[in-house]
Design a protein around this ligand. Structure first.
Ligand SMILES: *[C@@H]1O[C@H](CO)[C@@H](O)[C@H](O)[C@H]1NC(C)=O
Ligand SMILES: *[C@@H]1O[C@H](CO)[C@@H](O)[C@H](O)[C@H]1NC(C)=O
Length: 467
């Protein structure tokens, strides 16, 4: 298994989000990489890393080992050990992590759909089995993971008095992280390592020579070259590398409302709540803000681009042909962007069902966001060398569940760059054989709600949307 690996003389990492920045950090800590010039590029206009509309920042993220899949459940448990470490020099210090628990609920019904895929209830039941197994393995006291049979038990566990499902469980060992603070913590560590050159610039396209990727051309015309190029640009990745059939950018709705000091005090320790049947969730409120999100199939925003590097079918074909990719569209593109009415309605229903207090029922949202996931069909990440282009490594496909792995993901990616991908992820993170590039990618891991196939611009044009 142990293939010899020689680190490149230089690596250019495109993207300073969870995948890119954690990898840069891991590489600075490996003696074998001591001679490698490491450059991290991000398209941020204000010079911040990552950019302001990156999906890696914003307020809070769920940190849970509650997975239907065992490999992710186990890796998340390792990450959580890091999140739990307190102190200024550790992941969990200075308000970066709080273990308030996690209640996952679902409506009664089948656990498997007619097509064999898991339903939300099916996801919750499998996650429960994995959570119990992990708790036992870690020797946790009984009661760390509690089954919630029926609405009364859920009402008690929710902390808000909300009976928001028919079956569920409480995992007291889950919680949430402050995303912006955590990314800043990591960024400061990378800067302190003194090994990484940060460049704030947007990439126009990758540069190639024959079958080798040699660098990136910036939008201002300057080129940066490197022996190894790693694209970890999140939802912007499919605009740089043809990922048709592998991964697609999907927009997810989030809305925020302000609460008083007294309301904040009442909600400060409630668990993270999630209705697996429609995938609405509320992260434990902090700083007088309630955040409601929806972990859905999401919106696509198809655009024709000629910036994505495509493997040519014939020798004479262009490697940058026009192709259609879903591209992120955020509040940085349009400061007035508001979530479509369809999503806003769901979020309102989510708020009302998860915090059933009359005074919050109609409280206006202060702002809303569209958060761009990079979705794969199975919810697995894509962390692999490109099968065709030499010198090109891809790390993306977070599928809306990458953040919690921040303390450990960079090392796994670095291992994969060194051709030692962890055995349990070798298939999951590999480049998938795509037979039909036109076939829509729909994430079917049982965790998604909402409708399949919505288009952002169509939804924004509908009545009631505030375009
Ligand atoms: C959870 O989602 C399902 C599906 O949309 C919905 O029927 C149910 O009412 C939701 N639960 C609550 C308490 O809102
Ligand atoms: C383009 O941007 C890069 C990164 O900020 C900078 O180093 C380079 O000088 C710029 N080139 C031009 C032509 O402005």
């Amino acid at each position: 298994m142990a293939e010899p690996f020689t680190p490149p003389s230089s690596i250019l990492i495109v993207g300073s989000g969870v995948f890119g920045l954690s990898t840069a950090y891991a590489l600075t800590r490996r003696p074998e990489w001591a001679q490698t010039a490491i450059t991290v590029l991000d398209r941020s206009s204000g010079g911040e890393f990552p950019a302001k509309d990156s999906s890696s920042i914003d307020s809070s993220r769920i940190v849970r080992a509650d997975y239907a899949d065992r490999a992710y459940a186990h890796l998340a448990a390792v990450a959580q050990d890091e999140w739990r470490k307190p102190g200024a020099d550790s992941w969990g210090g200075e308000g970066r992590y709080a273990e308030t628990g996690f209640v996952i609920c679902a409506d009664a019904g089948p656990e498997v759909r007619p097509d064999g895929m898991r339903t939300g209830l099916g996801f919750a039941k499998s996650a429960y089995v994995n959570a119990l197994e992990l708790a036992e393995k870690e020797g946790l006291p009984e009661g760390s993971v509690v089954e919630l049979r029926g609405r009364e038990a859920i009402k008690q566990a929710s902390g808000t008095g909300a009976p928001f499902g028919d079956w569920g469980y409480l995992n007291k060992r889950s919680g949430w992280a402050n995303a912006e603070k955590s990314m800043k913590f990591l960024y400061d560590r990378v800067v302190a390592a003194g090994r990484v050159k940060f460049v704030a610039a947007a990439v126009e396209r990758l540069e190639i020579q024959g079958k080798r990727v040699t660098g990136a051309k910036l939008q201002n015309g300057t080129s940066l070259s490197a022996e190894l190029v790693m694209v970890a640009a999140g939802a912007w990745t499919p605009s740089l590398v043809d990922l048709r059939g592998q991964a697609v950018a999907t927009g997810q709705v989030i809305a925020y409302t302000d609460i008083s000091d007294e309301e904040q005090a009442r909600l400060a320790n409630v668990p993270v709540l999630m209705n697996m049947t429609n995938s609405n969730f509320m992260i434990t409120p902090s700083n007088n803000v309630v955040k409601i999100g929806r972990h859905a199939y999401g919106y696509q925003n198809p655009k024709t681009v000629s910036t994505a590097l495509v493997v040519p079918k014939n020798e004479k074909d262009s490697v940058f042909p026009e192709i259609v990719v879903s591209q992120p569209y955020t509040h940085v593109d349009d400061a007035k962007l508001w979530v479509p009415a369809e999503g806003e309605r769901d979020l309102r229903q989510g708020l009302r069902s998860m915090v059933p207090w009359p005074e919050l029922k109609d409280r206006p949202w202060t702002h809303s966001r569209i958060c761009w996931y990079t979705d794969t069909a199975t919810g697995d990440f894509v962390i692999t060398y490109h099968p065709h282009w030499e010198g090109l490594f891809i790390a993306t496909g977070g599928s809306g569940h990458g953040f919690k792995f921040l303390p450990v993901l960079g090392d796994k990616i670095a291992d994969t760059i060194e051709k030692h991908c962890p055995a349990e992820f070798q298939d999951k993170w590999s480049w998938k054989e795509v037979t039909d590039i036109e076939k829509a990618i729909v994430t079917e891991d049982g965790s998604r709600g909402g409708k399949v196939g919505l288009l952002l611009m169509d939804e924004l044009r509908k009545n009631g949307s505030r375009l």
